[in-house]
Ligand binder design. Sequence first.
Ligand code: NAD
Ligand code: ZN
Length: 245
Amino acid sequence: MDKIKRASELIKKSSKTMVLTGAGISTESGIPDFRSPGTGLWENTDPMEALSTTVLYNDPEKFYSEGYKMLLGMKDAKPNRAHLVLAEMEKRGFIKGIITQNIDNLHHKAGSKYVLEVHGNTREGSCMDCGKKVPLDVMTQKINEGQIPPKCNSCQGTLRPDVIMFGDMLPEDFSIASNEVSTSDLLIVVGSSLVVSPVNYLPQMAKNLIIINKGRSAMDHYSDILLNGSASDILEAILEELVEE
Ligand code: NAD
Ligand code: ZN
């Protein structure tokens, strides 16, 4: 039996399936990942540094001129076929939901309903002093008006984007995600090198594991089915197989 067929059988058999996505699912939307060679967005800047709490706290000018600009680069991206297939799979009851390491909002744009954003999002920011939330657009406007770092309207504290950065704690969504995976029959990983901790522990907790990735991932040896190639081509083939009577 070919691997696509085996994957779809595993999905059909499973009573609860979650999907874990990474930057690789969004490369076909024009957002480069961190670890494929030769991609543009991060070539001149190290994202680990530019998007770190160390730079945010100690050098906000640098943070807002480099890291923050990277985040804004994702704003106009559109979901690709892989995001759309996952939204369709949720609608048809093949998957319960998505755990994403991405901050690009593309699962929401594709119409997915249950999305756990374990590395935060680029829709909102918040005040580091009083916690008040602000839309990212409002923050951006302040920055464009020369207010760097942007300040909270209520308490004049410093605003930051609600993206989980290197050095940050993980949000509540992560414990919900761990619980979802441990109570699932199947986890499907799409487009992640699985080197970022602690998200890369999730595949080890899964009863059954399918990995869909162009390159190698750190957890390939745990997979029951390993599908190397384009996320959108493979997901589309799986959905076709699932709906075929
Ligand atoms: P990663 O960059 O470490 O790995 C991406 C993986 O996707 C690679 O192994 C690559 O081979 C694979 N890939 C690339 N294009 C693919 C395609 N079309 N189809 C299938 N696979 C493809 O990404 P990661 O594991 O998510 O870790 C990176 C971290 O950086 C995450 O924490 C994430 O939050 C963040 N990040 C997010 C975005 C985004 O929001 N779109 C973009 C870059 C980085
Ligand atoms: Zn405040």
